[in-house]
Design a protein around this ligand. Structure first.
Ligand SMILES: CCCCCCCC(=O)SCCNC(=O)CCNC(=O)[C@H](O)C(C)(C)COP(=O)(O)OP(=O)(O)OC[C@H]1O[C@@H](n2cnc3c(N)ncnc32)[C@H](O)[C@@H]1OP(=O)(O)O
Length: 230
């Protein structure tokens, strides 16, 4: 194959991947709309039954070709941090708000709005959802510092309830590194009042030893390499 033919082939593969990622995001948007409407709806009972039937019909073709536990999604790039089904940030996940995170120097900054599907106490977010958002924020900050690790401890302080249907601002930063252990802290606030802390968390993350990474993720990484080579 000539260089230009090879270049065209690579370009076509990239275009295909980008189209697949865009389609996954589009499906994610549709699913999140469905989840939110399903949590908020007061439609008549018969409409709920009809919707359930139509949703089962729509889901069936998606279930015809599925990946196994150790197979990475083909549209993901784990090494580049592209995880489309991450339940907190993934554009393709029906469960994710999704939380959008970026960095400003050492500070990681996140934004999301939680719908009624995330309700715990009436009109406020479930406490487990706040912990989930903060685990992701702290994990992102830890990874951004160049010392990625897994959460071994997450302490969460709930000072005030987190309102639903209200833009939120989350921040996180690394506060200490001791050997394999990295500590990070983070908060959730309403975007319009970023100085008022609603929830705060401190997390401890541990970098995996090579042997631990192989034991926990070896199968998934091996299959990802295989599918890329094929
Ligand atoms: C961008 C991506 C964002 C992702 C964010 C989401 C992150 C996650 O949710 S990860 C998923 C949840 N976490 C897990 O499933 C981890 C489960 N835990 C484990 O598998 C193991 O603890 C593992 C492999 C991480 C470490 O095991 P191991 O190496 O045996 O740990 P161990 O030697 O006991 O401890 C290592 C260090 O951590 C410390 N440590 C361990 N547990 C704790 C704890 N609960 N609190 C404080 N420190 C602890 C130890 O004291 C030790 O410190 P030091 O080296 O200074 O003595």
């Amino acid at each position: 194959m000539s260089d230009s033919e090879n270049g065209r082939r690579l370009h076509a593969v990239d275009d295909g991947l980008l189209r697949r990622r865009a389609a996954i995001s589009d499906l994610g948007d549709a699913l999140r709309l469905l989840v939110e409407h399903a949590a908020a709806t007061e439609a008549p009972t018969e409409e709920l039954r009809r919707a359930a039937e139509r949703i089962r019909q729509a889901a069936a073709p998606l279930g015809e070709r599925v990946r196994g536990r150790h197979d990475s999604p083909t549209a993901d790039d784990m090494l580049a941090g592209v995880r489309l089904y991450n339940p907190v940030t993934g554009a393709g996940s029906a469960l994710a708000p999704p939380l959008e995170i970026h960095s400003d120097g050492d500070l990681s900054i996140g934004a999301c709005t939680l719908g009624l599907a995330f309700e715990g106490p009436p009109s406020f977010a479930h406490g487990g959802v706040s912990a989930m958002l903060l685990d992701q924020m702290l994990g992102y900050a830890v990874g951004h510092s160049g010392n990625p690790g897994m959460t071994v401890r997450l302490d969460t302080g709930y000072r005030k309830p987190v309102p639903l249907l209200t833009p939120l601002r989350l921040t996180a930063q690394v506060t200490g590194i001791e050997g394999r252990r990295v500590t990070a802290t983070g908060i959730i606030a309403v975007a319009a009042e970023p100085g008022e802390i609603l929830v705060e968390a401190t997390g401890v993350f541990v970098a995996l030893r090579a042997e631990q990474a192989r034991r926990l993720f070896g199968q998934a990484i091996g299959r990802m390499r295989q599918s890329r080579a094929g």
